[in-house]
Design a protein around this ligand. Structure first.
Ligand code: HEC
Length: 207
């Protein structure tokens, strides 16, 4: 997936033209996000981000706009939540080693029944919410057969706690920008699902 970050005026952008000899892109290079705005072939093997910064001269636009290119038809078809359309991996290369180890547990456990993206891009933040969610899931029948070891729960909660703080709160604009894009794609997909349903219904009714 290619990601384009269109950074607009307002981000400490004074309105004066970029310095001679420096392209707007170079001038804004320090704003390049270091997070998971990009696909990664494998966890902990981050690739160069496909991020393009476009300088807008429109002073009315004060927020950076993040553009996530369209998810594949297969992903759209399978999505039940907007977050299902997000990235399957989190760039944990900047996280403490302990949290990177916890991430492996999280990946293993939380991708069993649905996309890991559903968890990666869930809007929820904070240990209390996640603890509640995991406890709820543990009591569901599908997990009764394979109970989650206490140690795994601890690792997953540690990861979610740290990751919520680092990725969803400290880099809020970026996270919200991506989430808005995922919601947009999801809404369009839901619209076409409804249309197909309506069509099928008319066919069944014979008109
Ligand atoms: C046993 C299968 C299973 C596993 C394992 C699983 N999930 Fe889920 N998850 C589901 C199902 C089914 C749903 C759909 C809604 C529901 O039943 O709550 C769901 C929904 C979700 C949602 C969306 C709910 C919301 O309110 O936003 C999130 C977030 C989520 N899972 C995170 C996780 C995390 C984190 C883990 C790892 C701890 C995990 N899931 C592991 C089955 C699973």
């Amino acid at each position: 997936m290619t990601v384009v970050l269109a950074a607009c005026a307002g981000l400490r952008w004074s309105g004066s033209p970029p310095q001679e000899g420096r392209s707007p892109k170079a001038a804004l290079a320090h704003l390049a996000p270091t997070g998971d705005l990009r696909p990664q072939p494998a966890p902990m093997a981050p690739v160069a981000p496909e991020v393009e910064l476009v300088l807008s001269t429109d002073p009315a636009k004060v927020r950076p706009r993040i553009v996530v290119t369209a998810p594949s038809p297969a992903r759209l078809k399978a999505a039940l939540y907007p977050s299902d359309l997000g990235y399957e991996t989190v760039d944990v290369s900047g996280y403490p080693l302990r949290i990177q180890a916890d991430y492996l547990v999280y990946q293993r456990v939380c991708s069993k029944c649905h996309t890991l993206a559903r968890a990666n891009y869930a809007p929820h933040v904070g240990r209390a919410w996640w603890r509640f969610y995991i406890m709820g899931m543990r009591t569901r029948s599908s997990w009764k057969g394979a109970p989650l070891p206490r140690e795994d729960v601890r690792a997953i909660l540690d990861f979610l706690d740290y990751d919520s703080q680092a990725r969803k709160l400290e880099r809020r604009q970026e996270f919200e920008g991506i989430s808005a894009e995922l919601e947009h794609y999801f809404d369009v997909e839901m619209g076409s699902r409804m249309e197909r349903l309506q069509k099928n219904r008319s066919v069944l009714k014979g008109h």
